[in-house]
Design a protein around this ligand. Structure first.
Ligand SMILES: Nc1ncnc2c1ncn2[C@@H]1O[C@H](COP(=O)(O)OP(=O)(O)OP(=O)(O)O)[C@@H](O)[C@H]1O
Ligand SMILES: [Mg+2]
Length: 384
C-alpha cells in the first residue's frame, strides 16, 4: 500500500476531519476517480468473506470540465458526481480522490535513516531540489518505502548501503491550486474529502490485490482519455512513475479534424459503432496505428530509463489498464516492441462479487477503467 494523503506540511489543511470517526465502518472511503472522460465510483467492504465489492458505477464527465488532471468546472463535475452517487444509492459521504498529470510529481529519493520529525525537515529541503514549482505552491507528502532491504541503483551504492544506514523515501508533491479545486468540488457535491491520493499509486494498490505475484518486477501502464501513466514496481516498491499527455482522446480528436465530425461521432467511428466505407475505415485505422505507436515510443523510453537505472531488476510483465488500453493493436505492438508479456489488469479479479447485485459481464467490460477507483476505495481515513 502506498498510503499518501498530502496532509503533511500543508499551510492550510484542506481536509477537515471535524466529525470524529469512531466505528471502522465509517472509516471506509468511496473511491472516486474523476477522469477527463468519465467519473468512476467504487465502494469496497471488508467483511469475513474478504474484500467485497459493494458498489460500482461510471458516468460521463461533462465536456472540458476536467482538463489535465484539474477540475475546471466545479459545478458541472459536482452535478455529475451527485447524479452518480444518487444512481448508485451511495450512503457513505467520505471519499478518496486522486491527482494526476502535471499537477503531481513523485520521486524516489535516498535519505539517511532518521526519525519522523527530521524526515519532514529533510523532505522539505529535498523537495526544493526536485520540484519545478515554488515550495509554497505545492503540498508535500512522503512515504518510507522500505526499512531494510533497499533497491540499489548502482553497484557502488550496494557497498555504500552496507556501511550507511539509508532508506528509500517516496517524495510526492501535489500542486496546491489543483488540490484546492478538488476540495471545492467535493464540498459542492456535499461530500467529505478523506484522502487525496495519486492515480498511479491508486492503480498500484489495485494491482497489489489483483495480481498473482504482486512481489515481482512489473510495469503498470494506464492509458485513459488524456493521460498515459507509467509506474514500474520492483518488489512492491514504485521506483519510477510518470504521466504524459497521451490517451484515447488523441485518436478521437484526430478523427474529428480528419472528417469534420463532432466528438460523439468521432468517438463512435473510433469504437466501431458506425458503418464506414473502405476508405474511411482505412483512414481511421491509420490514425489509430499512428497514435498507438506514439504511446509505445513513450512507454519504451520510460522502460529503457528504468532498465538502465536498475540493471539488476528486469521487468517480467507489463499490466495495462485504462479505457484506451483496449485500442486495437496496442497490447500486441507493446509486447512486440518490448519483448515483455503484456496482460490486462482486472482490479475486480479477487474481490468478492455478489452476482445477484452485479452484472458480471458489465464488470468485466468496465474492469479496464475501474483500477484507480478500486485502488482509492482500498484507502480509509487515517490509514497512513
Ligand atoms: N473498447 C475501447 N477501445 C478503445 N478505446 C476505448 C474503449 N473503451 C473506451 N475507450 C477510450 O478510453 C478513454 C476513456 O478511458 P478512461 O475512462 O480510463 O479515461 P479517463 O480516466 O476518463 O481519462 P484520463 O484519466 O486520461 O483523464 C476514451 O478515450 C475512450 O474512447
Ligand atoms: Mg483515468
Amino acid at each position: 500500500m502506498v498510503p499518501l494523503d498530502f496532509r503533511f506540511l500543508m499551510d492550510q489543511e484542506p481536509m477537515k476531519f471535524s466529525k470524529a470517526v469512531s466505528t471502522s465502518r465509517k472509516k471506509t472511503l468511496v473511491g472516486l476517480d474523476i477522469g477527463s472522460h468519465s467519473i468512476k465510483a467504487v465502494e469496497i467492504e471488508h467483511s469475513k468473506r474478504g474484500r467485497t465489492l459493494r458498489n460500482f458505477g461510471i458516468i460521463g464527465t461533462p465536456e472540458d470540465a476536467v482538463v489535465e488532471g484539474s477540475v475546471k468546472d466545479v459545478e458541472a463535475v459536482a452535478g455529475a458526481v451527485k447524479r452518480l452517487f444518487r444512481n448508485l444509492k451511495v450512503k457513505n459521504r467520505n471519499v478518496a480522490v486522486s491527482l494526476s498529470g502535471y499537477s503531481v510529481i513523485a520521486k524516489k529519493i535516498l535519505l539517511q535513516r532518521m526519525d519522523d520529525p527530521d524526515i519532514e525537515r529533510a523532505i522539505k529541503e529535498e523537495a526544493e531540489k526536485y520540484i519545478p514549482y515554488g515550495i509554497n505552491e505545492v503540498n508535500l507528502d512522503y512515504t518510507v518505502l522500505n526499512t531494510g532491504d533497499r533497491l540499489e541503483e548502482t553497484t557502488e551504492e550496494k557497498g555504500a548501503s552496507e556501511l550507511n544506514e539509508e532508506m528509500d523515501v517516496l517524495l510526492v508533491a501535489g500542486k496546491s491550486d489543483v488540490i484546492d479545486g478538488y476540495v471545492s468540488l467535493i464540498q459542492a457535491a456535499n461530500l467529505n474529502l478523506g484522502v487525496v491520493d495519486v492515480d498511479v499509486f491508486a492503480m498500484q494498490n489495485a494491482a497489489e490485490i489483483s495480481l498473482d505475484d504482486p512481489e515481482g518486477s512489473y510495469a503498470i501502464v494506464t492509458v485513459g482519455a488524456n493521460e498515459l501513466g507509467i509506474n514500474t514496481v520492483h518488489r512492491g516498491i514504485s521506483v519510477f512513475s510518470r504521466d504524459s499527455s497521451y490517451g484515447g482522446a488523441q485518436i478521437t480528436r484526430a478523427i474529428m479534424s480528419r472528417f469534420q465530425v463532432s466528438y460523439e461521432e468521432a468517438e463512435k467511428m473510433k469504437l466501431g459503432g458506425v458503418e464506414l466505407d473502405y476508405d474511411r475505415r482505412s483512414d481511421v485505422e491509420r490514425i489509430i496505428t499512428d497514435t498507438v505507436l506514439q504511446w509505445i515510443t513513450e512507454i519504451k523510453h520510460a522502460l529503457d530509463f528504468v532498465a538502465n537505472t536498475y540493471p539488476d531488476e528486469s521487468l517480467t510483465n507489463i499490466f495495462v489498464s485504462g479505457g484506451a488500453s483496449e485500442t486495437p493493436g496496442f497490447r500486441r505492438h507493446l509486447e512486440d516492441e518490448t519483448n515483455i508479456p503484456v496482460a490486462g489488469l482486472n482490479p475486480f479479479k479477487y474481490l468478492v462479487v455478489d452476482e445477484r447485485l452485479f452484472d458480471t459481464d458489465y464488470l468485466q467490460r468496465m474492469a479496464p477503467r475501474a483500477g484507480v477507483a478500486v485502488g482509492l476505495a482500498l484507502r480509509s481515513i487515517g490509514d497512513k
